[in-house]
Design a protein around this ligand. Structure first.
Ligand code: SF4
Length: 376
């Protein structure tokens, strides 16, 4: 099957959502995801940060590095998404960074834990014409959410969302599009239908149910809901949530619970996007660009697969050089060989369901033990 695209990519690729003819011009890359900070106070139980402990490298992308080495090249990208492993609103220069990206004609967005969406920050979102804001949830009630996303306050986040949507209505704008994200784990899946109800009540523009695909410990891996053969009861919960969303008229995107063997490109879409971590390294995605000391711990189907960070270069030595580097070309080439449009045999293998898996050329080596490669 073709890669399942995340909501922000689907929206981005939809010409109906382009604000102006200028935006409809094709840029070479769909998105630059940029980690402005890896600092966070939330301490989510399923996050890599508390799991990595001393291995974690906390820090901010300096404004001057961003201004001098990234901004001049941002017209290569349609969307600039200022999101990595930390909370973007902790970066003192976030608004200036968004402004600079906007000045290069980029659409902008970021994900937040929702705790710092003060009245002043809500107004800034509108003033800066941020197009996409995602807010992360791990439950549909205070007890569950705050147990899993420690150091957050469920009711405060809900108030911030309602206030932002009211502000948008009062100022006659639909931006930023507000997505409420729910990370599906064993500990909270039963609350997904209630989460959809909550999103509808708060006036969210879309609800998204994502999977726990980054699992640096066995305990975290045990929390994943998806599987080669997912439980029927779990599928029914998702279906119930889907029906509730439909009844409420709420767009709802749930990532599949069934792992697929024939995904051609993962939904990080590293052929058309890049991830720049706060140290300034240009990398394929958040998983391979995670700033850790030593190999990044990872578990896949119960086995440990520690993976070295993969950098195509440092922005200080030139972002275009990193994009054109031999390492990136080799990485992308492995994916291109799986491209159905370029290779009819691959098309047969991927789409017919008849050919054995081995006929599909393998993805890049670091992706083979990544759950995103399995379409979940
Ligand atoms: S499959 Fe590869 S490129 Fe995609 S998210 Fe996983 S590690 Fe990153």
């Amino acid at each position: 099957m073709l890669a399942h695209q995340p909501a922000w990519l689907r929206r981005l690729l939809d010409p109906a959502n382009h604000r102006s003819a200028r935006r409809a011009e094709k840029r070479p890359y769909v998105a630059a995801q940029i980690e402005v900070t890896s600092r966070c106070f939330t301490e989510c139980v399923f996050c890599a940060q508390p799991a990595l402990g001393e291995q974690w490298i906390a820090g901010d992308l300096p404004l001057e590095v961003y201004r001098q080495h990234i901004v001049p090249h941002l017209d290569l990208f349609d969307l600039v998404y200022l999101q990595g492993w930390g909370e973007p609103l902790l970066h003192a220069d976030l608004w200036e960074m968004l402004n600079l990206a906007r000045g290069r004609g980029c659409r902008t967005g970021f994900t937040t834990n929702g705790m710092l969406l003060s009245a002043a920050n809500r107004q800034r979102l509108l003033d800066q014409q941020v197009e996409l804001l995602s807010i992360s949830f791990a439950g549909a009630c205070p007890a569950t959410h705050e147990r899993l996303r420690r150091n957050t306050r469920f009711e405060m986040i809900a108030r911030h969302i309602a206030a932002l949507q009211a502000l948008k209505a009062s100022q006659g704008t639909k931006f930023p599009t507000l997505e409420m994200h729910f990370l599906m784990t064993r500990a909270n899946l039963a609350e997904l239908p209630d989460f959809v109800r909550l999103a509808a009540e708060l006036g969210a523009d879309e609800a998204v149910a994502t999977n726990l695909t980054n699992t640096p410990t066995l305990e975290q891996e045990a929390q994943r809901v998806f599987a080669a053969r997912p439980d029927l009861a779990d599928l029914e919960v998702v279906e119930q949530a889907r029906q509730l969303a439909e009844e409420a008229g709420l767009p709802f995107n749930a990532y599949p619970l069934e792992m697929q063997d024939q995904v051609l490109v993962c939904d990080a879409n590293p052929l058309e996007t890049i991830y720049i971590n706060h140290m300034g390294e240009v990398t394929p995605c958040v998983n391979l660009g995670l700033c850790a000391r030593g190999a990044i711990p990872r578990y896949f189907l119960g086995e440990a697969y520690p993976t070295p960070r993969l950098s195509f270069g440092d922005v200080r030595q030139g972002l275009p050089a990193a994009l054109e580097s031999a390492q990136r070309k080799a990485f992308c080439q492995a994916y291109r060989q799986r491209n159905v449009t370029a290779n009819p045999l691959v098309a047969f293998s991927a789409l017919s369901g008849v050919s054995p898996d081995e006929q599909l050329p393998p993805p890049p080596e670091p992706c083979r033990a990544c759950y995103k490669m399995y379409g979940v």
